[in-house]
Design a protein around this ligand. Structure first.
Ligand SMILES: Nc1ncnc2c1ncn2[C@@H]1O[C@H](COP(=O)(O)OP(=O)(O)OP(=O)(O)O)[C@@H](O)[C@H]1O
Length: 229
């Protein structure tokens, strides 16, 4: 599903690499937490998977493709197979909940009939049945994140990338979001999630990958958040 072979990334005009010689493999269906202190390289790792950045050295394979060899015009095709969720939800504020989710299907040219049927189904799945006509601003943070997850999942992506999805939510709401991501993972979708949320990592006991100064320093199955630094 994802393979990093000796991957390093140095941003332009920086002398310190953001990632250094990272090699690892993530299999289909896994749930992986990516942890590490601020600036350790987590977002860079995710951006390489999404091909928002290219590796300076080494190879990144996602869904069987060497992303270094994928031309720019093919990138949208790969992204369609990936769902993304962020800390700040990134919903379209002037569209209803239903329209936000439908938009993800419209841009890939799904027929109207399919969209009309699929949107309520996925909103039910995330626990927002009946809220299709609400505006994002009328929802709580946890509900907005559920909409973002519905939008990310509505195409049934092979891989879901989540960058601090609970970063703006209180602990109880975060637990609900994690239950949802766990359920999505159980449908077969691989989930890679960067987080600073110690409680969640410790509760879920999934694979934990830790970065420190751009290096992979820990890769543990059924791991915990780690030691206080
Ligand atoms: N676009 C960029 N240009 C230059 N340097 C960058 C860029 N993005 C990140 N960096 C640098 O790369 C290093 C890793 O940053 P990254 O954002 O990947 O860390 P992170 O672990 O996601 O941090 P956080 O937990 O704060 O989100 C940092 O030193 C950062 O300053």
């Amino acid at each position: 599903m994802i393979r990093f072979d000796n991957v390093s990334k140095t941003y332009p005009k920086q002398n310190r690499p953001a990632l250094r010689d990272v090699s690892l493999e993530i299999e289909r269906g896994e749930f992986v937490f990516l942890v590490g202190s601020s600036g350790s390289g987590k977002s860079t790792f995710l951006r390489l998977i999404l091909r928002e950045e290219r590796a300076s050295q080494g190879q990144v394979h996602v869904l069987g493709k060497d992303l270094g060899k994928v031309s720019n015009w093919k990138v949208p095709h790969i992204r369609r197979q990936l769902g993304t969720v962020f800390q700040d939800f990134r919903l379209l504020p002037n569209k209803t909940v239903g329209e936000n989710v439908a938009f993800a299907l419209e841009v890939i040219g799904k027929p109207r009939g399919t969209i009309r049927k699929t949107v309520p189904e996925v909103l039910d799945l995330v626990g927002l049945g009946g809220k299709e006509d609400r505006m994002p601003g009328e929802l709580s943070g946890g509900e907005q994140q559920r909409v973002a997850i519905a939008r990310a999942f509505v195409n049934r992506p092979m891989l879901l990338i989540a960058d601090e999805p609970t970063g703006n939510l209180d602990p109880q709401t975060s637990v609900g979001i994690m239950k949802l991501l766990d359920r999505i993972n159980r449908t077969g979708t691989t989930v890679v999630m960067a987080t600073h949320d110690q409680n969640i990592v410790d509760q879920m006991r999934k694979r934990v990958i830790e970065l420190e100064g751009g290096r992979l320093v820990r890769d543990q199955s059924r791991g915990v958040y780690g030691y206080q630094h």
